[in-house]
Design a protein around this ligand. Structure first.
Ligand SMILES: Nc1ncnc2c1ncn2[C@@H]1O[C@H](COP(=O)(O)OP(=O)(O)O)[C@@H](O)[C@H]1O
Ligand SMILES: [Mg+2]
Length: 250
């Protein structure tokens, strides 16, 4: 049980700066040639020099303010995006991450998307049929299951995504604030499913703003601040430091 599931070594991810010029648009208009030159050579760092290891079967929380780089970290693990520098190793099948548009086709119905993902995982028809019932029941999507998912609300997409991720045989589950979507009762169900997956030995990376949830689910926590790792360690310790820092910022 000491094998690594996920290893990040000095990982950085940057975007061209033009995604971020809106704030400086006035300056931009008054000096277009200069601004264009600056933009072409500048990059915006979404993540800087991140290193960590996650063992197989570990449940690790990722916390930090909005825009810190949590979703980018999950996207890199899922392989939806590539890092700009450093190296990423992932051992195990990663559940599709619907929030980032991976693993689902928007023209297909909910049901067809379930089949697509199950078949890609190597399940045979009878296994697909068997899982289908529990996935659809868990999602509570009703008749919408036979509608193309482009008509789904973000809450419905999250339901489908989580249901697929939790019911098929993946080895790594990435949860990006999924518990923030949907009603209380559905959140509770997701949360129970995460604990069940944890018991079953799945590796879980869990992004949440709810410290009580992080505390209940995670053995260790990675705190990301200003696009880099601020602290990694035992859950209680990192959460306490994080809460303290929030209080000091007001
Ligand atoms: N596709 C993109 N293009 C440009 N910048 C991006 C893109 N995606 C995210 N960012 C930027 O990267 C930073 C980290 O984003 P994100 O990982 O979504 O943060 P978090 O999930 O912690 O709120 C943010 O400042 C965000 O604006
Ligand atoms: Mg995010």
């Amino acid at each position: 049980m000491n094998e690594n599931a996920i290893v990040f070594e000095k990982v950085s991810k940057s975007y061209p700066l033009y995604h971020h010029i809106i704030g400086g648009i006035k300056r931009f208009i008054f000096n277009i040639p200069g601004a264009l030159k600056a933009i072409k050579s500048s990059r915006y760092d979404a993540l800087r020099d991140i290193s960590f290891e996650i063992k197989k079967g570990e449940t690790v929380g990722v916390i930090g303010r909005n825009g810190a780089g949590k979703s980018t970290t999950l996207g890199l693990i899922a392989g939806v995006m590539k890092c700009t520098s450093g190296s990423i190793t992932v051992n195990g099948r990663v559940a599709p991450l619907l929030e980032l548009g991976a693993g689902f086709n928007h023209e297909l119905t909910g049901r067809e998307n379930i089949i697509l993902n199950a078949v890609l995982l190597g399940l045979n028809i009878s296994e697909v049929k068997e899982r289908m019932t529990s996935i659809i029941a868990f999602s509570e999507l009703g008749d919408f299951i036979d509608q193309p998912i482009r008509v789904y609300s973000s809450g419905m997409l999250a339901r489908l995504g989580f249901s697929v991720a939790a019911h098929l045989n993946y080895e790594i589950l990435l949860v990006d604030e999924v518990l923030g979507v949907g009603d209380q009762q559905f959140q509770k169900k997701c949360y129970d499913k995460i604990l069940e997956s944890k018991q079953a030995g799945m590796t879980i990376v869990f992004v949440s703003h709810s410290m009580p949830e992080i505390e209940k689910v995670c053995g260790r926590v990675i705190w990301i601040e200003n696009h880099t790792v601020k602290q990694i360690g035992e859950t209680k310790q990192v959460i306490d430091a994080y809460i303290k820092a929030q209080e000091n910022h007001g």
